[in-house]
Design a protein around this ligand. Structure first.
Ligand SMILES: [Zn+2]
Ligand SMILES: [Zn+2]
Ligand SMILES: [Zn+2]
Length: 137
């Protein structure tokens, strides 16, 4: 009874895709959280500041020790920043904004009320009249 056989754990042998970690307060498997937990609150959002998925911006506020940043429009087409908690598909911001609150992959219904909070996560769209003053470089 002396030496353990050193078999089994070779760190780089298998390259399994890492499961996506969604941070949040009391998150469920479908990414609902303590703040948003209806049957349709099933998306998580990756934040531009840290690149991590959080169930919502209040979860980010509670758990991250920095201010949240929004995604710039230049990133919308290429950045996968929305996770469907139902099928675990990652959508680009453009895909999400165009999906009309239905997952394009699994047809799960998203909360349409999220549209009221887009500007917390995504750079504001210019108002049609150009009266906005919020374009800092
Ligand atoms: Zn962050
Ligand atoms: Zn939350
Ligand atoms: Zn889905």
């Amino acid at each position: 009874m002396s030496a353990q056989p050193a078999s089994g754990t070779a760190p780089s042998a298998t390259a399994e895709p890492k499961p996506i970690v969604v941070h949040g307060v009391d998150t469920t498997a479908q990414t609902q959280c303590a703040h948003w937990h209806s049957a349709r609150d099933i998306i998580a959002i990756r934040h531009a500041c840290c690149g991590e998925y959080y169930a919502c911006i209040s979860c980010h506020e509670a758990l991250a020790s920095h201010a949240a940043a929004v995604w710039r429009r230049a990133d919308w087409d290429t950045t996968k920043a929305v996770l469907c908690g139902s099928c675990r598909a990652q959508l680009t911001i453009a895909e999400y904004l165009a999906c009309e609150s239905t997952c394009p992959r699994c047809q799960a219904a998203f909360n349409p009320g999220c549209a009221r909070h887009y500007d917390l996560y995504f750079e504001k769209q210019d108002p049609a009249l150009g009266a906005g003053e919020a374009s800092k470089a």
